[in-house]
Design a protein around this ligand. Structure first.
Ligand code: SAM
Length: 328
């Protein structure tokens, strides 16, 4: 079992398999994209598998595949097949924008993927284009249909952005009436891929909750799972549930069980840190599994208490990298 210096269990890895994406969500990256990593800067699948196998041996039980957009990386399906064979790994999940995902759903289901996070910030085609700079809403909705058809559990993730999609809060939440989905509203974070200065957050978790409560005064709190990042609610009679993730306010760090591995091999023990160790470099340096394990253990043993401390520690490297290089 992996325990950090604050007594928190770490059993969840978020693995970003690429920094590339087929959308250009304005809150994540600039329109022209970012400086994509070259192939040699990216971890190879073999390197990722070795890192994952080691981390699973050390106590990681769940791996979420993310990116960039996981399905734009070539040969992702054979990699997922290999990963699903790792002894000791209990669960693989993934986060996708749903543009290329629909035809792969049956295969994902066969690999044992039971839950998928689908990013969907709006149900309005024009607003979707304005936010993502691509006209792909129909493809994303088709993925949603396929996931539900194949009984894959769906979490719909919507970043709440002042003046961009706040009109979507209620229509998205209303989807829970007929669909067994978990609609989660996420506070916007400063990971936008450019140095644009980040001002006060207009829509924090309190304001989102008040908006929902106004529409559904009977909205009730339901229990949050043990390591949940979302505060969860339900409208009585609805089939699905509603979650609010205080990603900017960082109210959930006390139970954080997750680490991240970026496409270039940086291990991050907090979303807001600047990377604490590069596992790809150690692997390419010819280090043994024992050496890798002790480097990882020492990283877990000096974890920031919370996202505020992690952000403070990176004082000379302010938070503005794209979420696509971190893995959402
Ligand atoms: N391409 C995949 C997708 O769209 O789901 C996976 C990667 S994406 C970076 C993962 C999640 O991060 C998405 O749900 C996205 O909305 C979220 N995200 C990206 N930038 C964000 C930001 N600045 N604030 C909050 N969430 C953000």
């Amino acid at each position: 079992m992996l325990i950090d210096n604050h007594g928190r269990t770490i059993n969840y890895l978020r693995l970003a398999v690429t920094d590339r994406c087929n959308l250009r969500c304005f809150y994540c990256m600039p329109e022209e994209g970012i400086d994509w990593l070259s192939r040699s800067e990216l971890m190879s699948y073999e390197e990722m598998l070795r890192a994952c196998a080691l981390l699973v041996k050390m106590g990681i039980e769940k791996i979420r595949i993310t990116g960039g957009e996981p399905f734009v990386r070539k040969d992702i399906m054979p990699f997922l097949t290999d990963l699903s064979g790792l002894p000791g790994l209990r669960e693989i999940t993934l986060t996708t924008n749903g543009v290329l995902t629909a035809p792969l759903v049956p295969q994902l289901k066969k690999l044992g993927i039971r839950s998928v996070n689908l990013s969907l910030d709006t149900l309005d085609r024009e607003r979707f284009f304005a936010i993502t700079r691509r006209d792909e809403l129909p493809a994303v909705l088709h993925t949603l249909d396929q996931l539900l058809l194949h009984q894959v559990q769906v979490k719909l993730n919507a970043v709440v952005m002042d003046g961009r999609n706040t009109a979507d809060i209620l229509p998205l939440a209303a989807m829970t009436r007929e669909l067994p989905v978990d609609v989660r509203f996420i506070e916007e974070m400063p990971f936008n891929g450019d140095s644009h200065v980040y001002t006060r957050l207009a829509w924090d978790h309190v304001r989102i909750l008040n908006t929902l409560r106004k529409e559904w005064p009977t909205l009730e709190k339901i229990p949050d799972g043990p390591f949940s990042t979302s505060a969860n609610y339900r409208v009585p009679g609805h089939k699905g549930s509603i979650g609010i993730i205080a990603a900017y306010s960082r109210t959930f760090c006390g139970t954080c069980n997750r680490i991240r591995l970026t496409p270039q091999g940086q291990v991050k023990t907090c979303l807001y840190d600047n990377g604490v160790l590069n596992i790809k470099d150690l692997i390419r340096d010819g280090q043994s599994d024992t050496a890798l394990e002790s480097a990882l253990l020492s990283a877990m043993g000096s974890r920031a208490k919370d996202g505020w401390e992690a952000e403070k520690n990176r004082a000379n490297a302010p938070v503005h990298e794209s979420m696509a290089t971190i893995g959402g």
